[in-house]
Design a protein around this ligand. Structure first.
Ligand code: 4NP
Length: 147
C-alpha cells in the first residue's frame, strides 16, 4: 500500500487490509510505504489513528518508511493511492515484471477508471472518514480478486 507520506492513506490501507485477511484467515504479508521520505520513522497522522480506532482497527504502532526498488522483489502486488504515486512507483521499477505489479488500488473496485484515494492531509477530519470508507471498499475488492 503506497501513498505519498505513508502517514495518512497507506497506513489506513495497511490496517484495513490486515483486518480483512485476519478475518478471512488468509496468510498474506501486508505493508505500506510512501514515495516521499519526509515522514520516515513517524507514526500515522492522529486523524488516521482516530478514524481507525473508531472502526476497531489499531494502526498507531505503524512507522512510516519510504518505498524503495527493493520492494519489487519482496511484494507481489504494489497498490498506489493516486496517479502521482503510481507514476513515482513506476519510475523505480527495474523490470517489466516489476511494472506489472503496480496498480491503483481503486481499480480493483472500479476497473479501468483510475479513481484516486484523495489526499486528506490538508483537509479536515471528515476527509479521513471518506478515505476510510473508500479504502474499505477498495480493500474488499482486492480480497475478492486476489483470494
Ligand atoms: P499521505 O498524506 O500521502 O496520505 O500520507 C500526506 C502526508 C504528508 C504530506 C503529504 C501527503 N506532506 O506533504 O507532508
Amino acid at each position: 500500500m503506497v501513498c505519498l507520506g505513508n502517514i495518512c492513506r497507506s497506513p489506513l490501507a495497511e490496517g484495513i487490509m490486515k483486518e480483512i485477511v485476519q478475518r478471512e484467515g488468509i496468510d498474506w504479508e501486508i505493508d505500506s510505504a510512501g514515495t516521499g521520505a519526509w515522514h520516515a520513522g513517524e507514526t500515522p497522522d492522529p486523524r488516521s489513528v482516530e478514524v481507525s480506532r473508531r472502526n476497531g482497527i489499531h494502526i498507531a504502532d505503524q512507522r512510516a518508511r519510504q518505498f524503495t526498488a527493493e520492494d519489487f522483489s519482496v511484494f507481489d502486488y504494489i497498490l498506489a493511492m493516486d496517479a502521482s504515486n503510481f507514476r513515482d512507483i513506476l519510475k523505480l521499477a527495474p523490470t517489466e515484471d516489476a511494472r506489472q505489479k503496480v496498480e491503483m488500488i481503486m481499480n480493483y473496485a472500479y476497473p479501468g477508471e483510475n479513481r484516486r484515494v484523495p489526499d486528506p492531509y490538508y483537509g479536515g477530519p471528515s476527509g479521513f472518514d471518506d478515505v476510510f470508507e473508500l479504502l474499505t471498499h477498495g480493500c474488499e475488492a482486492v480480497l475478492r480478486q486476489l483470494k
